[in-house]
Write a protein that binds this ligand. Structure first.
Ligand SMILES: [Zn+2]
Length: 369
């Protein structure tokens, strides 16, 4: 059957799409219903093999590039392809849909169009990118960044993971060190379907939304040193308590996010107290600061306000010191996987001392705006 006019009533086969999602979810399945297919592990290879077999079933031309990105193309029509896709690697406790939906929906769309008999004017392609989660190798979105020329192939191949494995070695080991050039030549257009990673659409009862921005992320670690002492015999006015200072930073972060509103979020996800004992005023506190905004200017403003707050704490009183190390930073980008090569996130590391001293008992809690 050949159809020349574009059909207006095409509908994908939802049951078939769900079957593929559930079949892929069985690869690397974990207790509780999720998946563990860390990038370039045996489980990731098995997932890749399964998706590639489905691409073959649809008659797609399959290419694997130097960093293991896989593209299945229905070579029909003329010109650069319309591309969709996502990722099939997961974090250690990943879900069934994250990434997988974007890849398998692409296959379902191609199959639906093939069955309709309509011939699109351009090739249609489905991609899955290597190590999008970043749970084993940093940074995340590694494969798609290399695909658009934002990260060099040699840098990707030389990346060492949390288990000491090298990306280049692991690609060879699982059979996905391909020869297709990377970065790729740009497709005509790219669209990614992805599950919502937050609760907003569901909470508002909205079925689907369009991404308008991606958060810039600032990660930092703050170390606060005080004086360890006995919890029973040290009067409150003689304490130099890093836990108290750490708590004031947590409150400041929360209030900053409330003050900014919009897309500003701040998280203290980790606090380590030492020695972490019930009857000891701690000697030190190490806490992490995760600050995000889709507006780069506001993100930088938030970072500098936090720096000023730490410096102010340091100026207040002697004996407790706060130092800051900024772990990594990804600048705000306006579109995800955009062509031609968009400005890559600016990853950087630095170490800085934000100041020295404060005593916790006089920390101006009600002076925090
Ligand atoms: Zn994802």
């Amino acid at each position: 059957m050949t159809v020349t006019d574009r059909p207006t009533n095409l509908r994908v086969n939802g049951a078939r799409l769900m079957d593929r999602i559930m079949s892929l979810a069985e690869v690397g399945s974990i207790d509780g219903g999720g998946c563990a297919r860390l990038a370039l592990t045996d489980a990731d290879r098995d997932g890749r093999d399964l998706v590639v077999s489905w691409m073959r079933d649809l008659g797609l031309d399959i290419t694997v590039d130097a960093v293991g990105n896989v593209v299945g193309t229905w070579n029909i029509g003329a010109g650069a392809a319309i591309m969709t896709g996502s990722h099939i690697d997961t974090v250690r406790t990943g879900g069934k849909y994250d990434g997988n939906l974007g890849v398998l929906a692409g296959l379902e769309i191609i199959q639906t169009i093939q069955e309709s008999g309509w011939t699109p004017s351009r090739p249609l392609a489905v991609a899955f990118f290597t190590n999008e989660e970043g749970a084993r190798f940093a940074p995340d979105m590694m494969g798609s960044l290399a695909f658009v020329g934002g990260l060099g192939v040699e840098e990707v191949l030389g990346t060492v993971g949390i288990d000491g494995a090298r990306v280049g070695d692991e690609l060879l080991r699982i059979g996905y060190a391909g020869s297709t050039p990377c970065p790729s030549s740009p497709p005509r257009a790219f669209v990614e379907l992805h599950i919502e990673q937050g609760p907003v659409l569901e909470q508002q009862g909205v079925t689907i939304g369009a991404v308008t921005g991606v958060q810039g992320i600032s990660w930092r670690e703050v170390t606060i040193n005080g004086q360890s002492n006995h919890a029973g015999t040290t009067p409150m006015e003689l304490r130099h308590d890093p836990a108290y200072v750490a708590a004031s930073v947590v409150v400041f972060m929360r209030q900053l996010a409330s003050r900014y509103g919009g897309n500003q979020v701040c998280t203290v996800g980790k606090i380590d107290l030492h020695p972490n004992l019930v009857n000891v005023v701690p000697a030190s506190a190490v806490l992490t600061l995760d600050v995000r905004n889709t507006d780069e200017g506001l993100l930088r403003k938030a970072e500098s306000e936090i720096d000023e707050y730490l410096a102010r704490l340091a100026d207040e009183e002697p004996r407790v010191s706060a130092s800051r190390a900024c772990g990594s930073r990804a600048g705000q980008v306006t579109t995800h996987r955009c062509w031609p090569a968009c400005a890559p996130p600016a990853w950087s590391s630095c170490r800085a001392t934000a100041g020295s001293v404060t005593t916790p008992q006089n920390t101006p809690m009600n002076g925090i705006s």
